[in-house]
Design a protein around this ligand. Structure first.
Ligand SMILES: NC(=O)c1ccc[n+]([C@@H]2O[C@H](COP(=O)([O-])OP(=O)(O)OC[C@H]3O[C@@H](n4cnc5c(N)ncnc54)[C@H](O)[C@@H]3O)[C@@H](O)[C@H]2O)c1
Length: 351
């Protein structure tokens, strides 16, 4: 396989004026990626089903620099129409119902967006010869439960998900792999990343925003387990950088078709320790003492116990590694929520 030695993938000459489709453009990762692509001179076009979420793009001052279609990817004809209007060479398929809690109560909606949405996108892209690179976002959740002694997950582990969100991502993941086979030869790679955090995460029930917003007086953080379960966290700007890396390399090297890429920091943080870090970085030890009591006797249900993974395959092939340490990423994240919720009303972001 082709090896990349430097950050060739961030050269403007590659991205300039290329038509790039991002599904889920006004979401957390989609918005972060769009910002980087705009900076590289790309022509960014996106799909979303929730226009009211554009506040992240507006806040980051890029909403007028991208073209957005308000379309549900569950609808094949609507997706096909968009593809017929443009000559896309690159696609990032990020749109999904990504909230584990919502998936527990609304499995049907989750399956529809994450499974049907994925095969609609790939089926529509299949007839477009201009497309040279498609990155599909799966998740570490697709692996399901493994004993902690078998972690970090490796890319060749079987997918054995049980819970609705996890099953929806594993299904989309396998569908994507099927489109990448010799049958269809669609240029697809699949990402299975750990939890992502950072500026723009507006699914406020996720661990980090939930705790940061408790500190800001907007929410009460309710733990979902006793705090001893382990999770891995990647900073959103590192993830966007990694998406550029994968997309560029697939564009340049068809042999990557069908490859799976894990990314995490390789470190399993106890949920409790992340909460402690946030409280301490926010100078609020009292909040930590308070939350610590809430962890007592909490039992994790409908979720995987421990999850973490490394970036060793990515590092071996592309020399990629995350550039943010957890404390630095958390500091940037806490500061961003402070600024964002000075400008926008917290209540507007409740589901
Ligand atoms: N955030 C994480 O921690 C994390 C970790 C691993 C993988 N992922 C995956 O990364 C991707 C992006 O996640 P995110 O955190 O940015 O989520 P997000 O909720 O911030 O954004 C999701 C985007 O998808 C769009 N969308 C959802 N359903 C749609 C539909 N039916 N039709 C059209 N658009 C639809 C939303 O409008 C939004 O723009 C998802 O596929 C998610 O499963 C996320």
């Amino acid at each position: 396989m082709l090896k990349t030695t430097s950050k060739q993938y961030t050269k403007k000459s590659f991205w300039k004026n290329k038509s790039i489709l991002i599904t889920g453009i006004n979401g957390f990762i989609g918005g972060t990626l769009a910002k980087q692509l705009i900076g590289l001179g790309a022509n960014v076009i996106g799909i979303t089903n929730k226009k009211n979420k554009n506040k992240f793009l507006s806040f980051e001052k890029i909403s007028s620099k991208v073209k957005i279609y308000n379309v549900n990817i569950k609808n094949f004809d609507s997706v096909e129409k968009i593809l017929n209007n443009h000559k896309f060479s690159i696609c990032f398929h990020l749109a999904a119902q990504p909230d584990v809690n919502i998936a527990k109560t609304h499995p049907f909606e989750t399956f529809e967006s994450n499974i049907r949405g994925t095969y609609n996108m790939l089926e529509a892209l299949r007839s477009h010869k201009s497309i040279k690179s498609i990155v599909v976002a799966s998740s570490d959740k697709a692996y399901g439960e493994y004993d902690i002694k078998d972690l970090p997950y490796k890319e060749n582990y079987d997918l054995r998900p049980l819970y609705p969100y996890d099953v929806s991502k594993a299904s989309g993941d396998m569908i994507a792999k099927s489109y990448a086979t010799d049958l269809f030869k669609l240029p697809v790679v699949i990402t299975r990343f750990a939890n992502i955090y950072g500026p723009g995460q507006l699914n406020l029930t996720a661990l980090i925003p939930d705790c940061v917003l408790d500190n800001m007086g907007h929410r009460k953080f309710i733990p979902r387990g006793d705090g001893h379960n382990k999770r891995d966290f990647l900073f959103s700007e590192d993830v966007a950088d990694l998406y550029l890396c994968l997309s560029y390399n697939l564009f340049k090297n068809k042999n990557l078709r069908g490859e799976i890429f894990n990314a995490g920091t390789g470190h399993g943080y106890k949920v409790k320790d992340i909460i402690r870090k946030i409280c301490f970085l926010s100078n609020n030890k009292e909040l930590y003492a308070n939350i610590e009591k809430r962890f007592k006797n909490k039992k994790l249900t409908g979720e995987i116990n421990h999850q973490f993974m490394s970036y060793s395959k990515l590092n071996k092939l592309f020399k990629w590694k995350p550039s943010h340490k957890i404390d630095d990423g958390l500091r940037l994240t806490i500061a961003w929520y402070g600024k964002f919720f000075k400008k926008y009303k917290y209540d507007d972001f409740l589901r």
